[in-house]
Design a protein around this ligand. Sequence first.
Ligand SMILES: *[C@@H]1O[C@H](CO)[C@@H](O)[C@H](O)[C@H]1NC(C)=O
Length: 304
Amino acid sequence: MAGCVAPRAVLLAAVLGGTLGCTSSCTCRGGRTDCTNKGLYFIPRDMEGDSHTVLLGYNHIGAITGLCLQRYRRMEHLDLRSNRISTIHSRAFRYQQNLTYLDLSANQLATIPAELFRPLANLLTLDLGNNRISELPGSALDSSLALDTLYLHNNALTGLAGPLLGNLGNLRHLRLDGNPWACTCQIQTLLNWIKQNPERLEERDRTLCGFPGYLDQYPLLGIQGDSFRQCQNLLSLSAQLYFLCIGLTLCIGSIGLCFAIGSLVVTCQHFQHWRKARPHMYRKSIVTRRDAIIYGHQLPECRT
Ligand SMILES: *[C@@H]1O[C@H](CO)[C@@H](O)[C@H](O)[C@H]1NC(C)=O
């Protein structure tokens, strides 16, 4: 089994001269493994395999690889808050079908793999607050339909993909504050959801726009519905296609017209040139010959 042990952590474990599992660092009782604030740099491999609650908060864990959690299949509650996690393998949670509570808050996550939460069909609480997430894939929570609590506060999100919240019919607690929401046409779907379910949004007064400039720090819920009237015009697909067709027709038509006019002008010029050129040459040759006759000295002299 490839471990979750970073080289530095191996050294640390060697120096300590023991395992960092339950026997030394963690406290284990009744399926509950508590490794909170133990200076861990990795997820221990020797925790009790049948733990249903694993507390790993306030450590220095930097990554969750694909195999870190494979032994802990009975896990229902996993707390990884306040670590330094910046990377998570997209299949890190594939054996945690029974996980209902997942706390990844206060880490250094910037991206979330789209498939990461797919095995977590029983997830009720997901805390991703206080990270650096700038985008959450629209399908990230497609399988977690039971989700009751979703915390996304204090990240770098400017928008949420349309389908993300639409599928979560059981969502009761949502935090979106502390993100620089872009209050443009693209926020409409999210705003509609919030307006239809205002009681589900926590920290409403601190959920603010960060963009465009004139709406900076303006509460999301303060935006009037009719602010997006222009967007509706923009969003109408048939209207777009209609104008696209007209535009293309005009474009092709004008190019054709240019060609026609151009060809006509060139043809006219050719014709005029042809008509002028022939008499001119003829006249010129006559003049030259007459000149030659008049000013005979210009002809070669004949010698007898
Ligand atoms: C998941 O939970 C169900 C129902 O409580 C249980 O029967 C099953 O054994 C659990 N799965 C694992 C891998 O522990």
